[in-house]
Each structure stands twice: as C-alpha cells, then as structure tokens.
Design a protein around this ligand. Structure first.
Ligand code: SAM
Length: 300
C-alpha cells in the first residue's frame, strides 16, 4: 500500500459514511462481477485485523471472489475456501486453482484471442467440451456482457466505453497477469463447486473458521433487470439459521431491505449501514450484519 492508500484506509477506520475510492484497492479478480465487493475491501481488512488470524477464511458465495483473493494475497488467514454454485463461474476457478497448467493455458488463450463482436458471437455459440474451454468462454462472456452479467438474457456491450463496444472491458494483458498472480497463491486457496449453505453447516463447529457471506439478494427481485445471477434464489431464513450457530466469526453483507433487517433482528445479529457507490455512481447504503460489529467504530 502507498502512503495515500494508508491515509485513505485510516480515514475509513471509523467513518462508515465515507465512500471507498475503489481505485485504491488492487483489482485481483479476472471477473467484472455484478454485486462485486471491491469497495468493501478496506472494511474487510479492518475486520480481520480485529480478530485472531483464522485457519480458514470461507467465502460461501464467491462469485468474482475479490474478498477471498485479497485475504489470500494479504495473508489474513492460513487458507481460503471459495464456494460457488454457478457452473460457468466455477469453471474459471477450477481451471485457475485446480488444473495444474490451467492458469497458463487460460491466460494464453485470452491474449491470443482476436476479439470482435463477430468473433465473440461465434466463439460463445460453440459447445464446450472441457472445463478449460468453458472457463475461457465464461471470461469472454463476462468481459463483453452488460455489467458482467452471465445470467441468461444478459445483453452484450454495443457501445461500451467511448463507443468501443465489446472491446471496452477487454484488457487481455491485465487479465493474463491477474490469472497468473492468482495461480501463484493457489496453494493457499481451495475451490468447491456447490452450495454455500452446506459449507457453512459443515464448518459451523470450527472456531477457527471465519465466514464472509455475500449471498445473491436483490430487494426488488420482481424487476426483470434484477436477475444478476443464474442462481439468484436462496432460502435466506435457512442461511441466517445456519449462520446463527457458527462458532467462528462471520460478516454478512446485504442490500438494505426491511426483510433483511427483520431477519437480522430475529437472530439477534448487529447491523450497520455502510456507504457505497453503485454502478451508476449514486451513493447507497449496504447493510453489514455480524455478531459484534464494534470493530467498525462508533461513528455513523
Ligand atoms: C452477490 S454475488 C457474490 C459476489 C462476490 N462477493 C464478489 O465480490 O464478486 C452472489 C453469488 O452467489 C452465487 N450463488 C447463488 N446461490 C448459491 C448457492 N446456493 N451456493 C453458492 N453460491 C451461490 C451466485 O452465483 C453469485 O455468484
């Protein structure tokens, strides 16, 4: 971290109304992820320095996994476990983390690909036969779709930044670097394709497991545009119930909605709102939920 970044981190230490400058947080994920939590990273650091170093840092709804990756890179836990249900997202993590030379293969495919809207269309219509191929397709689709949305029905960038269309978010060399960097710490990361609630259940008696829980939730699920993920339905009551019995620490993050506040109240969890900028640069509040959020300071 540079001095400027340290100053920004310190300013955030107690002021939950201050919006994080995301440019100060290292981008480590190859995904552009809807609901991505890059802006929460300074709070995550603040949380993890307030507790003993955990053996396992578990991210049961990993998505682009910016939090788990940061924890692995910055060594806030001995080991990071990422869990994700979506087959496409999982194919990327499996290729980078579990496949011996998968990261190199994926990085090379990305830098060699001549992206145009036609080549992308043709490439994305191909049937994939291997996890590697699925991973490559997923990265292409993620980079050229509106808002990084992989769920069925998401449109492709027509104009994008400065009228650059599909090329607006295609930075092959940067993606290569990120993928190879993740591979360099892959011994510290395990990826599981499956159900986040099950992994919480499995580790709930382990005092050395800490959970960062960012489930799929949109307050206005009735709107068609709210379908950000293929797997967007979850039994939130069941999730809260499981979380209420974990022995280790946890942090949940949700849209600030009455339904969520009432679940938190029923399970006697603490809640705090945190300022963030949404994709349209409007300042909004996100709800953080935990057993004890004193580490956030007392100012509001
Ligand atoms: C809000 S996003 C997580 C974003 C992530 N924190 C980031 O910064 O990129 C929620 C994720 O949960 C995944 N998901 C949905 N249901 C799941 C389940 N039952 N188990 C595991 N993952 C699930 C979705 O596919 C989506 O990727």
């Amino acid at each position: 971290m540079t001095k400027k970044h340290i100053r920004e981190q310190l300013a955030l230490w107690t002021d939950t109304t201050k919006v994080v400058n995301v440019a100060s947080v290292p981008q480590r994920s190859p995904f552009r992820y809807p609901g991505g939590k890059t802006w929460l990273i300074p709070r995550i650091r603040q949380w993890l320095v307030s507790i003993p170093k955990p053996k396992y840092f578990i991210e049961p709804f990993a998505g682009g996994a910016i939090v788990g990756l940061t924890v692995a890179f910055e060594k806030y836990a001995e080991h990071v476990i990422l869990v994700e249900r979506d087959e496409q997202v999982a194919s990327v993590w499996r290729t980078i983390i579990d496949d011996k030379s998968g990261a190199e293969w994926l990085a090379n495919q990305i830098v060699q690909f001549q992206l145009t809207s036609e080549s992308a269309k043709e490439f994305l219509s191909k049937k994939t036969r291997s996890i590697r191929q699925k991973a490559f397709q997923t990265i292409v689709q993620n980079r050229i779709s509106h808002g990084g949305i992989l769920a069925p029905g998401a449109g492709v960038l027509k104009h994008g930044e400065n009228g650059k269309g599909v090329l607006s978010r295609w930075y092959p060399e940067t993606l290569k670097k990120r993928i190879l960097n993740i591979a360099s710490v892959k011994d510290q990361i395990s990826f599981l394709q499956g159900d986040g609630i099950e992994i919480i259940h499995k580790h709930k008696n382990d005092i050395n497991s800490v959970f960062f829980i960012d489930p799929p939730y949109t307050a206005s699920t009735k709107k068609a545009g709210a379908r950000l993920y293929k797997y967007h339905m979850l039994d939130h009551e069941k999730l809260f119930e499981e979380v209420s019995s974990v022995k280790g620490d946890f942090l949940m993050t949700y849209d600030d909605a009455d339904e969520v506040r009432s679940l938190a109240r029923n399970f006697r969890f603490e809640t705090r709102t945190i300022a963030m900028n949404n994709t349209h640069h409007a300042t909004m509040n996100e709800l953080l939920i935990g057993r004890d959020l004193r580490w956030l300071g007392t100012e509001r």
